[in-house]
Design a protein around this ligand. Sequence first.
Ligand code: ADP
Ligand code: ZN
Ligand code: ZN
Length: 732
Amino acid sequence: MPIVRVALDIPLATLFDYTVADDIAVAIGQRVIVPFGRRQMVGVVMECVATTDVAPERIKPVVQVLHDSAPLSAELLDLLRFCSDYYRYPIGQTVLSALPTRLRSDKPVISKPILSYRLTASGVALNLDDFPKRKVVQRRILAKLAEQPCNLAQLKALSATVGGQLKALETEGWVESVALTPSHISSVRGEQKHTFDNAHTLTGEQQLAVDAITQAQGYGCFLLHGITGSGKTEVYVHLMHHVLQHGGQVLLLVPEINLTPQLENYFHSRFPDVNLISLHSGLSEGERLHNWQQAQNGVAQIVLGTRLSVFAELSKLALIIVDEEHDSSFKQQDGLRYSARDVAIFRANQRGVAIVLGSATPSLESYHSAQSGRYRMLKLTGRALAEARLPTVRCVNINHTVMHHGISENLLREIGQRIARNEQSLLFINRRGYAPVLMCTSCGWLSDCKNCAGKMVVHLKDQRLRCHHCGYQIRVPHACPDCGNADLHPVGSGTQRVEEVLQERFPDARILRVDRDSTRNKRAWQAMREQIHANEVDILVGTQMLAKGHDFPALTLVGVLNPDSALYSSDFRAAEKLFAQLMQVAGRAGRADKPGEVLIQTEFPDHPLFQALQSHDFEGWAASQLAERQMAGFPPFMFQAMLRAEGMQENEVYRYLHDARTAAVALQHPVEILGVVPASMPRRANHIRAQLLIQAASRKALQQFLRAWQPALDALPAQKLRCGLDIDPLEF
Ligand code: ADP
Ligand code: ZN
Ligand code: ZN
């Protein structure tokens, strides 16, 4: 009887063997239901073999082979094998975590057909001039379908409410739908023609970049280093056009789920009849499966997604683009701790296609690789719109000016001028809430979280103290819990307090706060963006959510309130992150024809980081940072792995890490094994957290060491601990 080796969602670094009856056909990559202990589980067939080490009386048969979805390709399975090995994560959990939830369940999946909508005869006969004017969306749909049949994804670009309106039109008998099969779609697309809105003539630099990438043969990794507003997106659009003409698929990875709807709309507007889908955790399970399958069978031509989409099956993949490649949200921080950017590079290499990493502030890793010739550097040094100038950056020394709860008088004056000119200002602050901590003026009591080594943040709007690490919250106390003093002071400023100060100073100004509290509702952020674009907002107060990729034409002033803590952080990447973040917020100012200005409030106006920002000198800054990293023996000159452990009992956590360290030392590999130390957040949600860092001069040396170390780690008692390896860690 043939034997299959199956990947299961079990935390063991092994496949599980089952027999298959001779008359059942089973292929590699197919999903199967198998018995496991007393349950049944869904797994993926990784190998078909003739023999097994499992004793004949213990091996069990496969219960069912699922045919409800196409098998995973050998290519995807190879990618997942690589990830499991590289990130030291069990193969079964790696494979299963890459699948949409629906494919992980043992219920059969019902794939929705992809419908194409078209006008019926009576729909064609309609005269749009007589159609009720107030049915705006229906009119738009009818006009669009009069040009050509469309699928739902294409129609969604017309309006968010298109689904209900389509139903109404179907009920009226004006529109009908037909199910498309993949073969039908590929034959429809046989001639590979699509409409392309070629809005702009490329600048010289853009053209050079497009040519270099489209002319590349096989694998090539390109770093597209373009200042904000230089037109990186336009380069992506032309690359997509090229790939679509040749019948290929494009995968575009973006860091932020909030950015996907606006990008989706944008690419739709440039490629009106191209099938573009998105993949991110905000989709319903059904939508995600549906989109995943369209990517798998090649119907989706452009796949736009957050990090998880790097594991989408893409049968015609011909180009990968990673936008804002430096962004740390490409790294998953639990479970399979992969970097979607790095996996994307592996994937492009495996497939022999080009990959483009785009950023205004590349990560030092990528920048170093481009400088050393492993990647190809492509630069966009000017803004695409000739009239759009780079913003002026100035520092305000907060020790030499009057401060109003975190906002300097200088900044308030500048904001006042913007309001008078009907322009927008953005205040960027890294803390949400009212104040980061509540203090007793009499005994010095601070609002510590009872579960964490952190403070509870004051949220005055709902009169709560809230821990941003574990979510624990209580009412703001009326008196000090220690001494009974009623005089409790919020110390420092968060977004809510800044909003309050501004409202006092500018009672007539329209102020909008954008942070995780104000955008909790899915649609809220979309509505806010529309408000900003309609110029219904004078002052924006926001956290890093606002820094990323949004284009607000009336914005001419950016104030940065509290950047200094990153300058003396123990995290060696803190300065790199701050520089990128400030470049990005600065890029929000003055994108259209109005010059922008950035005011940074700091105690250290002469710090090299702020100096480099003022002269827009990424190159100089990166060179000095790289020199420092090389001296100190940090990435990208060293390769790191972090063993993390957390648990309720301090001694158990530390014993585990010390034993792991002893085993590591005994291996005598050419790696540097640092000491066991507390994590930067040493206690979170009542768990003690500690870590052990390993460094090596090459990826290969590190990987060889990790492979040798694994059996020792597996043998350590760790039932009560949560522990795991983090390869190429970003958080310390
Ligand atoms: P980036 O992504 O590099 O920050 P964008 O792609 O958003 O920059 O481009 C900035 C602005 O310049 C956009 O409004 C875009 O439409 C415009 N733009 C880009 N390329 C061109 C071009 N070749 N000619 C004219 N305008 C352009
Ligand atoms: Zn007190
Ligand atoms: Zn807490």
